[in-house]
Design a protein around this ligand. Sequence first.
Ligand code: SF4
Length: 494
Amino acid sequence: MKIFLQGHQHQYEIERIAHVFFPNESIEFVEKDDEGQRGDFFVESQFKDMNGSIYALTKIIKNGNIKEGLVVQKYNSSIISYQYTSLCKSMIKLSFYRAAKQVSQVDVPWGTLTGIRPTKIIHNLIEERKSDIDIKYILSEQYAVSDEKIQLILEVAYNELKVLKQSRPNSIGLYIGIPFCPTRCLYCSFVSNAVHKAQKFVEPYVEALIREILYTRRIIDNMGWIVESIYIGGGTPTVLSSKLLERLLYTLCTQINVETVKEFTIEAGRPDTIDKEKLNTIKKYAVSRLSINPQTMNQSTLKTIGRCHTPEDVVSSFQLARDLGFDNINMDVIAGLPDETVEMYQNTLKEIQKLDPENITVHTMSIKRASKLHEKINEYSITQAHIVQDMLKFTQQFMKDNDRYPYYLYRQKNILGNLENVGYCKQDFECIYNVQIMEERQSIIAMGCGAVTKLVNATNNRIDRIFNVKEVEEYINRIDEMLHRKDKIYQYFI
Ligand code: SF4
């Protein structure tokens, strides 16, 4: 597909929306509209601003047929610069959407919303005191979002606000990463090392991490911050031995004022890493939320995606955690795993429902560049977009029928069907950390290899990031440098 832009330079926006409709096309932007060079699939995206009105026109010419999408939008002359830019981008995307809809058979329920955090748009509209009717109208008319997704996103946005309102202004979240797993899942793109290959690094890694926790604790004290939530993720933290878990949790709980911590999550993602001794250790240190993640309850799929546990392991680990008193458990599942039918996915949800966890997080399969799946894509059967849509439709009704409501939502690049990931929970079991990381209203101080600290400065609306190195060995060897990178926090908040 060749694309010619006239009157604007919003290549990125056009590329994102073009990928949604034409995922298999390679895109080339051309400098000149030279008829001889157009080829069989040519797009012309025009933009003009005339007397307080924006005109965006997209023409798609495919195999000699021309389809057009026109948008004309008046704007108020008092509009501020960044709002004007954002309006122009939206209108350009909408004109592309209108033309592409006539050419492609692809159903695009999120319309022109291609960003990761759609709830931010709703929160801005709520802050502008727009009514629900106005918000629905804007989502439908300006962004072409389907009624079903409008209903979902509005519900999520209000539920998130409930969580955000309860945070104190000087509160922060802490993230600690453990980059080891029993094996690497087919779709994984996280910083994760198969523990049997990286065993010699495990203990030195925990020692380096403890140094980072001690250093960070001083910064937290100096900044006068209050820790609202702690999240130990990865990787699979419960791959650590009980002794190392104890060492890590003891350090955290003696260094951080856990009195103010409203939520303390540890991912026990792979059921085959959990045993009674580890769970007892975790329980001793005020961990309030566990995440046990089956991803699927179908044995054949577990094998395909490279996980060594069985559905029965999921059930027994969950029951063990319940018996030991864990009363807030999340379970992650994935819609659209290779070779899964709608019935298989439904089976997963039904089996999980029997365990009755407080949270169920439904991710839509996403094919990440750094995954084994991306590398060997031709060896797997990738679920078609309309099938994943049916899975998510079923999910929404299923959760409603089982008294769970959606409380956080995000989207990713390369997600099947351009769909979404949603956290569902029972009343008052929203995960604070998940909402805060998505909405970017609070700083999250992250530790460990691959950790990204996100600094949110509410006074000037700026967000900055501090990155740790991704490789385990490098993290251990360069720990002093990682500590000093965190000194930037002081400068950032001056
Ligand atoms: S459990 Fe999570 S972090 Fe570990 S390999 Fe699988 S997807 Fe990656």
